[in-house]
Design a protein around this ligand. Structure first.
Ligand SMILES: Nc1nc2c(ncn2[C@@H]2O[C@H](COP(=O)(O)OP(=O)(O)OP(=O)(O)O)[C@@H](O)[C@H]2O)c(=O)[nH]1
Ligand SMILES: [Mg+2]
Length: 479
């Protein structure tokens, strides 16, 4: 069945998540009473919902985890209140007060065991559990600190399953939380270590997009959350509907992630207004255009490793194929050429809400380094002054954790820059490591004797050298 469990951490995780469930309930014809009203045959509600067969009810496989009870209580006041699993809530009353250390060291551990217990029970109900999808922000204390703590546990206990994060990155727009650069940076090592893929959003950029659409400055958080949830709804179509072009989480990530640490994505959803008069060509073009991305980067400046486009509605596939080959030829967006077929498409004829056509684009591009560089600058300045660090230290975080997180951030930026240049030690290391793992597995299975092992190593080294030489030559030619 390949079930997915969705974890909502902190208030952003809860708010975006609630809208996500509204949209996917609509997609699968499930009403707020959990009853399925229509099923078009291609829909696979069991991926995200537990079926209660006695009464034909579908309950979201959603778990809400928060250190602040108020936020989760809000869920019981909406028209969706009857749909949730009553055992899918874990909260405390203290809150994490925008402090990573409270989420990680003091308040978070108090609800960790209980959270894992609820998660375990949910996993036990699955036939063939695929993985976790996590909504959270890393700007506050719960989504960053408790989120990191939980990621460690999940990775340990479910190392064979996928963890995919929808992560609201630093919020440069509001500026009411001065310590956000700390919270996001302290979270990063845990994302690097434990998550299999992270899709980032920046509130300020989405606000700018909303301003262009609505021509007013007061777009609400709910509007922003709607843009994000529509993106998540479209992007997960591939997991939730059957079709020739569908992907599971693992296959998708294998396609999008060329190097182990290169698993941070950007993207967007369109159109954000109902049925604008635009062609599918323009829709695709818009999805790559930096102006419409949900993070603040210049998409023409980086190198694309891979992109995954999901189309919903009545979309002419031939036109899509033409546009995509065109997109690469025109060279507005530079796709690295040593990964073949790195724009992947997926099509579902069922319309998303009342949109005739819609598209989500999730891309792995080196330009994501921009969002890390901006935070690195702010984080370093604050660390130099040791500003506000006593808030963290008094909760039990050690000074060294700031240093380590800062280094992890800088290392990540350097690694992206090296990958961008095509020839990397990382490539070599990753390759060696993977091969070693493979060999180890083979040995364990008793299928490989020493000679074969040596031959394999020789062949692989030859291939690796050849690849590296080719990349080097290409780079030199380009330069
Ligand atoms: N996109 C989006 N961002 C939000 C929303 N609410 C808060 N934020 C941003 O998220 C960050 C704070 O995260 P929250 O989710 O409120 O915090 P939390 O994880 O609940 O942690 P604590 O409240 O500190 O315990 C800030 O950058 C806010 O600007 C929302 O509804 N949508
Ligand atoms: Mg909160």
């Amino acid at each position: 069945m390949k079930e997915i469990i969705v974890l909502h951490i902190g208030s952003t995780g809860r708010k975006i998540g609630e809208l996500f469930w509204q949209e996917i309930c609509e997609d699968h014809g499930i009403n707020p009473n959990s009853e399925i009203e229509e099923n078009d045959g291609n829909s696979k509600p069991n991926i995200y919902f537990n079926e209660i067969s006695q009464n034909n009810h579908y309950v979201p496989r959603a778990i809400f985890l928060d250190l602040d009870q108020v936020s989760v209580n809000d869920l019981t006041e909406t028209n969706m209140r009857k749909i949730w699993n009553p055992n899918g809530f874990v909260c405390s009353i203290s809150g994490a007060g925008n402090n990573f250390a409270k989420g990680y060291c003091t308040e978070g551990p108090e609800i960790l065991e209980n959270s894992m217990e609820v998660i375990r029970k949910e996993v036990e109900k699955c036939e063939s559990f695929q993985g976790f999808q996590i909504f959270h922000s890393v700007g506050g204390g719960t989504g960053s600190g408790f989120g990191s703590l939980l990621l460690n546990e999940l990775k340990q206990e479910y190392c064979n399953n996928i963890i995919f994060n929808f992560t609201s990155w630093i919020d440069w727009s509001i500026g009411d939380v001065v310590v956000e650069p700390y919270n996001v940076t302290l979270s990063l090592p845990y994302l690097i270590q434990n998550s299999d893929g992270v899709l980032f959003f920046e509130n300020r950029k989405i606000l700018e997009i909303a301003y262009k659409i609505n021509k007013r400055y007061d777009s609400t958080r709910k509007e922003l959350n709607r843009y994000i949830s529509s993106f998540a709804c479209n992007f997960t179509s591939s997991f939730r509907f059957s079709g020739e072009t569908n992907f599971g989480m693992r296959r998708l990530l294998t396609t999008l992630v060329p190097f182990k640490k290169s698993k941070f994505f950007i993207g967007n959803f369109g159109p954000l207004i109902k049925n604008p008069k635009i062609s599918v060509n323009e829709l695709i073009e818009n999805s790559f255009d930096g102006k419409n991305l949900y993070v603040d980067v210049d998409s023409t400046q980086g190198k694309y490793f891979a992109s995954f486009l999901t189309f919903r509605g009545n979309v002419p596939i031939i036109e899509v194929d033409e546009k995509i080959s065109n997109l690469k030829d025109k060279n507005n967006y530079e796709f690295i050429d040593w990964i073949p077929n790195n724009i992947i498409t997926s099509f579902y004829t069922k319309k998303q809400r009342d949109l005739l056509m819609s598209i989500s684009n999730i891309s792995n591009t080196s330009i994501i380094k921009t969002i890390f560089q901006k935070v690195s600058y702010a984080f370093t300045r604050m660390c130099e002054r040791r500003a506000f660090q006593h808030w963290y230290i008094s909760e039990g975080l050690e000074n060294i954790e700031f240093d380590q997180a800062g280094c992890a951030l800088k290392d990540l930026i350097s690694e992206i820059e090296m990958n961008e240049n095509g020839l990397t030690q990382t490539l070599e290391d990753d390759f060696d490591e993977e091969i070693e793992l493979e060999i180890e597995n083979e040995n364990l299975n008793g299928n490989l004797n020493e000679n074969q092992n040596q031959n394999l190593n020789e062949n692989l080294n030859e291939n690796l050298n050849q690849n590296l030489n080719e990349n080097l030559n290409q780079n030199q030619n380009q330069n």
